[in-house]
Design a protein around this ligand. Sequence first.
Ligand SMILES: C[S@@+](CC[C@H](N)C(=O)[O-])C[C@H]1O[C@@H](n2cnc3c(N)ncnc32)[C@H](O)[C@@H]1O
Length: 287
Amino acid sequence: MSFKPIGNVSNFADKETMQLLALWKESVSIVELEKAVSEELIFEDYTHYIVVHDPLKMEFPEKRDEWNKRFCRHAGVSVVELIKVDKNKIYFKGLFAENEASIYSILPYTSFDSPEADFPPAGMEILKKQTMDVALPQVNGKTILDVGCGVGSLTLQMARMNSEAKVTGIDLLEDTMKQCRLNAIAYDIENTAFKAASVYELPFGENSYDTVTCFFMLHHLDDIPKALSEVKRVVSCGGKVLAVEPLDHNHGTERGIQDWIEHFEKAGFSVETQQISRAVFISAKPN
Ligand SMILES: C[S@@+](CC[C@H](N)C(=O)[O-])C[C@H]1O[C@@H](n2cnc3c(N)ncnc32)[C@H](O)[C@@H]1O
């Protein structure tokens, strides 16, 4: 690359998280510039920027050849959303660059002045919005646990919507949890905690959560009964479990709404379900 570096990136992009680009898009990276951020670089009324950076060094699996071509070649270029600026640090959402990647250029892209300049959401994002419009308003209580929280975007939404509650997110990797904490700091959300753990062995006592959420995660698991028995252990007696599962894709076993009802009933829950587009919303109460 013939550009000169002007700064570098910090985030907690690990290989596993980067495999889920749709999730990674929601993460915040810090771009640390060698000099304080100048007005020529960041314009007051712009929301999005184009950032030129080192490309990803990782290789996506073979069937994602298209991603390798797009993200891992000679230059990395990301369209990012500006979250905030703090001295020589810029917090950007949507940067497809690894930790410590160099930054070469930052250009303004869209401004508040052109609200019609929108980024059309992809299929999964539409489904997520449709299901979350129904699921998130049903999350309540003082203690909320988001199981398989990924990079924490839904956890943070729940924390915003339940400002009196403590919202805890868990997922498998400590680096992903560090990224969740960075996202929470970037958005000034304080009522969250993130812990690396597996749903098979939740590091919490019995009856400790008023609401437990499992959004788009159960179909990733090999042993759903074991996961649901752990979830049942930590949810409080009068509490509830809210889950959303896709009906149009799976990781090996095809399941319909009835299969999900049976899983929850066998684990000792009373279940109500609602089909929302290509997904099922499950609301389950311990018996
Ligand atoms: C499709 S993502 C959904 C993330 C998030 N709930 C959302 O909807 O934005 C599925 C998540 O489940 C997590 N996961 C898979 N197996 C898990 C396990 N045994 N315990 C906890 N999380 C797990 C993955 O790491 C991944 O972050």
